[in-house]
Design a binder for this molecule. Structure first.
Ligand code: ZN
Length: 328
C-alpha cells in the first residue's frame, strides 16, 4: 500500500571543486560533513554528503564535484534553487556571516509569509535560507559583534535546521504538479509565478513549482542534479516503480545506495526525482575535521586504486575566510 511521502530526503547538486564545497557547506553554512564517499556509478568521482549530526533524511544536501566540467546553466527542466530552514530572527546573523566570507546576499524577500535570503555557493548553485518558525520554542538569535562572531561557531539559535524545500523550473508545470500530487504533495498556495506544494511530514516539506520562462538548463557545476523524497521502506519503492512504469515514465530499477535504497524517475515535466528510503541517518564520518574516504564493502578491495585517482580532500579550513575571493 503506497503512502504519501512525508517530505524531501536529500537534494543532490554538481559542484566544481570538492574542497571549495566542503569549505562552504561545512565551514560557512555549518553543516556536518556526513559522508565523504564516491559516486557509486563512477568511483573516480567523489560524493559529498552534508546534513545534521546524524545525516537525517530531510537535512541532507549532497554533491558530486566535477572540477574539469564546464559550468552548468540553471534552466528548464531543473531544480532551480535549494532552501535551508533557519530559525526565525536569524537572517541578519546569516547576512553578516555570508558577507564576511564575500558571499553576495540578496533579500530578505518575503514569500508565503516567510523571509528568505538568496545567495550562491562557490560553483554558482542557487541557495536560500528561509526563516521558518519551527515551533520548538527556541529564542531568536542575538546579533553578536563582529569579532566574536568570526571566532565563534554558528550559535545554536541560528544554525540550519533542515532542508526547507526546493524550487522547480519544470518543462511542463502541469505535469510536474501531477507528479507531486501522485507523491503526496498538496497545492497550498500561489504567489506570483510560484505555486507551493507541501508534503504532510514535519520537515523538508516544501516544493515550489515556478511558472516562468527560462532557457534550457545544462547539467554541470552550479546546477542541481535531482531531488529525493522520503519513502518508508524498500517494499514501497517496488510499488512506486510499478506505478511509474505503468504510466510509461522513465524509471530506474530499485538501487542499493548502501546508505539507503532508492529509485529514480524522470517525470514528464523533465525533473529527475529520486525516491529514497527513510533511515536513522546517513552519517558515517566521525571525524569531520579530518575526513577519510568511506567506501561500501564492495569497493573496499579497490580502495588503494580509487584513492590514488581522487583529489585529496580535507575538513573545512578554519574560518574566517573572507579574504579568499576565489571562493565567491
Ligand atoms: Zn540522490
Amino acid at each position: 500500500m503506497l503512502t504519501d511521502t512525508p517530505g524531501l530526503h536529500h537534494v543532490t547538486g554538481i559542484v566544481g571543486d570538492g574542497q571549495a564545497a566542503i569549505d562552504f557547506y561545512a565551514g560557512v553554512l555549518g553543516l556536518d560533513l556526513s559522508a565523504l564517499t564516491v559516486n557509486f556509478e563512477d568511483v573516480l568521482q567523489h560524493h559529498l554528503y552534508f546534513g545534521d549530526e546524524r545525516g537525517s533524511p530531510g537535512t541532507v544536501y549532497t554533491c558530486f564535484p566535477d572540477p574539469h566540467a564546464d559550468p552548468g546553466r540553471i534552466g528548464t527542466p531543473q531544480v532551480a534553487s535549494v532552501a535551508f530552514a533557519v530559525p526565525d530572527g536569524s537572517l541578519e546573523y546569516w547576512r553578516a556571516r555570508l558577507e564576511s566570507f564575500d558571499v553576495a546576499v540578496e533579500g530578505p524577500s518575503e514569500r508565503f509569509g516567510e523571509q528568505a535570503l538568496e545567495f550562491r555557493d562557490p560553483s554558482g548553485t542557487r541557495l536560500e535560507l528561509v526563516a521558518a518558525s519551527d515551533g520548538d520554542g527556541r529564542e531568536a538569535a542575538e546579533p553578536t559583534d563582529e569579532s566574536s562572531r568570526l571566532e565563534a561557531t554558528i550559535p545554536d539559535a541560528a544554525s540550519i535546521r533542515e532542508l526547507h524545500g526546493v524550487s522547480l523550473l519544470s518543462a511542463n508545470p502541469y505535469a510536474t504538479a501531477g507528479t507531486l500530487e501522485t507523491l503526496g504533495f498538496d497545492a497550498v498556495g500561489e504567489e506570483g509565478d510560484r505555486v507551493r506544494y507541501r508534503a504532510s511530514g514535519s520537515r523538508a516539506t516544501v516544493v515550489d513549482v515556478l511558472a516562468r520562462d527560462a532557457p534550457f538548463g545544462r547539467e554541470g557545476p552550479g546546477t542541481i542534479h535531482h531531488v529525493a523524497v522520503r519513502v518508508p521502506d524498500e517494499e514501497q519503492l517496488h510499488e512506486w516503480r510499478e506505478l511509474f512504469a505503468d504510466r510509461n515514465h522513465d524509471v530506474s530499477r530499485v538501487k542499493d545506495r548502501h546508505l539507503f535504497h532508492s529509485l529514480y524517475v524522470r517525470e514528464p515535466g523533465g525533473i529527475l526525482f529520486e525516491l529514497a528510503t527513510e533511515t536513522d541517518g546517513v552519517a558515517v564520518e566521525d571525524s569531520p575535521s579530518e575526513p577519510s574516504l568511506y567506501l561500501p564493502e564492495w569497493f573496499e578491495p579497490d580502495r588503494e586504486l580509487i584513492e590514488s585517482q581522487l583529489p585529496e580532500l580535507t575538513g573545512p579550513k578554519p574560518e574566517p575566510n573572507g579574504s579568499d575571493s576565489n571562493n565567491r
